[in-house]
Design a protein around this ligand. Structure first.
Ligand code: NAD
Length: 482
């Protein structure tokens, strides 16, 4: 098999890393190396920051609608290649191609289009009294850093880049070294679309080398990061030394809370199953703790279990696969270790718990069966720590207060879903649980205008809508005497 060599995007050109060294990129479904990505270092980051600094004044001076036109052009290019990019995303990450085609790549297109439109519609602010008119200028920061993870590669990469560019900043971005492929393809498309040189720079490589240099570089004025809480804490600490703005989207241990009065139609049950196992459970928003009111626990478990057992783990290329491969061998081993730990904690495995051995081209892939565990206390490690795999725990509860207490009993606070027919209860519980996002009778229903992010160890700051545009600009008060 021919190994594909990826390149950085620096100053409008594809560039090999200064070191000449590359990292292996694996196809999770086969366990084989299929590409190599630049193992960049501070020299590449330096060149990218310099190019971004040169491009910044002209990019900031464009009108909002001119910048929007560039973003729309890039969105068109991604949309035209939707199928191809979906196949590439699936090969790089291990996710089923049907998911990449229906969620990841369309969302990347929406991100670019949404912020293209948002910047042209963003109202200004002024405050008037008898003495003066105060105008709030919202100026771009200059050059910003965007660092993204491997689970929704192009989706989250564009979610950061689009508002940063729309607001008039130039960008130095680093995709995950584990899934660099579609970011590389975006580099090619940016060149093809005529995005001015230096406006978007993409530097591939390892977090502690490339990511850290971006965070610490004095030319980078703000850092938008999505990834693990451990890395987020490190970034917050490094950025604080230079008083840099940071936006951190981190891990989760999300509850799905099912009350006895919930409408448990087949469609809703499917959504609850999806909320646990979509993308092999590798979505920060997945509900990995399923809290069910005791009076319906037995019936619910039976119906839910049947649906989980029916999920098909298979070749991501196969349209019939519901779950593909886990993203990497270390992550596969981590998740298998979490399952073993749950058993040591006396958890009872109701289904799954094992690696799945496929035949043919996927014989050496990293597949795990969707796993459902019950009988664990709320305060055990399995119920407190993020696993980020196809593993859900079932937890019964007896009252609304108890459900809230269990939901809140982790250090994380990203997203929760509630299932109830009682509107007053939905309001009450939504107000009392410590999560940045609460879905009622739905899951992962996203409106890009809403503030997105978590509390506690799940996040700092909000992305989406005007929150993202605010993050990527500096407000300046201009007071004009009357
Ligand atoms: P990670 O923290 O290992 O890596 C994320 C990115 O940070 C990668 O690009 C990595 O190279 C880079 N990085 C690593 N060390 C760095 C350092 N010292 N300085 C700067 N950058 C560094 O996370 P991951 O394993 O790629 O992603 C999985 C995690 O992401 C999970 O915890 C998941 O919950 C979280 N996540 C959160 C959200 C959200 O919106 N809250 C969305 C998706 C994923």
């Amino acid at each position: 098999m021919k190994i594909i060599t990826l390149a950085n995007l620096i100053d409008g050109k594809l560039a090999a890393p200064a070191s000449g060294v590359y990292l292996d990129v694996f196809e999770p479904a086969t366990g084989m190396v299929y590409a190599r990505c630049p193992d960049s270092d501070s020299r590449d980051v330096e060149a990218a920051v310099a190019a971004a600094a040169r491009a910044a004044p002209a990019w900031a001076a464009l009108s909002a609608s001119e910048r929007a036109r560039h973003l729309h052009r890039l969105a068109d290019a991604v949309e035209t290649r939707l199928d191809e990019l979906a196949r590439e995303e699936s090969r790089d990450n291990g996710k089923p191609v049907k998911l990449a085609r229906s969620v990841d790549i369309p969302r990347a297109v929406s991100n670019l289009r949404f912020f293209a439109e948002a910047i042209t519609q963003w109202p200004g602010e002024s405050h008037v009294d008898a003495r003066a008119i105060n105008i709030t200028l919202r100026q771009p920061l200059g050059t910003v850093g965007c660092i993204s993870p491997w689970n929704l590669p192009l989706y989250l990469f564009t979610w950061k880049i689009a508002p940063a560019l729309a607001a008039g900043n130039t960008v130095v971005a680093k995709p995950s070294e584990i899934t660099p492929f579609t970011a590389f393809r975006l580099s090619e498309l940016a060149i093809e679309c005529g995005l001015p040189a230096g406006v978007l720079n993409i530097v591939h490589g390892l977090g502690p080398k490339v990511g850290q240099t971006i965070v610490e570089h004095p030319g980078i004025k703000a850092v938008s990061f999505t990834g693990s809480t451990r890395t987020g804490a490190f970034i917050a600490e490094s950025a604080a030394k230079q008083f840099k703005k940071v936006s951190l989207e981190m891990g989760g241990k999300n509850p799905a809370i099912v009350f006895a009065d919930a409408d448990l139609s087949d469609a809703n049950l499917d959504t609850i199953v999806r909320s646990g196992f979509s993308n092999q459970g590798e979505i920060c928003l997945c509900g990995s703790r399923l809290l069910v009111e005791r009076s319906i626990y037995g019936d619910f478990r039976q119906r839910y279990l049947a649906k989980v057992k029916a999920l098909r783990v298979g070749d991501p290329d196969d349209e019939a696969s519901d779950l593909g491969a886990l993203v990497s061998k270390p992550h596969f081993e981590k998740v298998m270790g979490c399952i073993a730990r749950a058993q040591k904690e006396d958890g009872k495995i109701l289904t799954g718990g094992n690696a799945v051995k496929l035949e043919g081209r996927c014989a050496d892939g990293w597949f795990i069966a969707p796993t459902l565990i019950e009988g664990l206390p709320q305060d055990c490690a399995t119920n407190r720590e993020e696993i980020f795999g196809p593993v859900v725990t079932l937890i019964p509860f007896d009252s609304e207060d108890q459900a809230i207490a269990i939901a809140n009993s982790t250090d994380y606070g990203l997203a929760a879903s509630l299932w109830t027919r009682e509107l007053a209860r939905a309001h009450r519980v939504a107000e009392r649980i410590d999560f940045g996002i609460v879905w009622v009778n739905c899951w992962m229903l996203r409106d890009l205008r809403t503030p997105f992010g978590g509390v506690k160890h799940s996040g700092m700051g909000r992305e989406g809508g005007v929150d993202a545009l605010r993050f990527f600009t500096e407000p300046k008060n201009v007071c004009i005497a009357r």
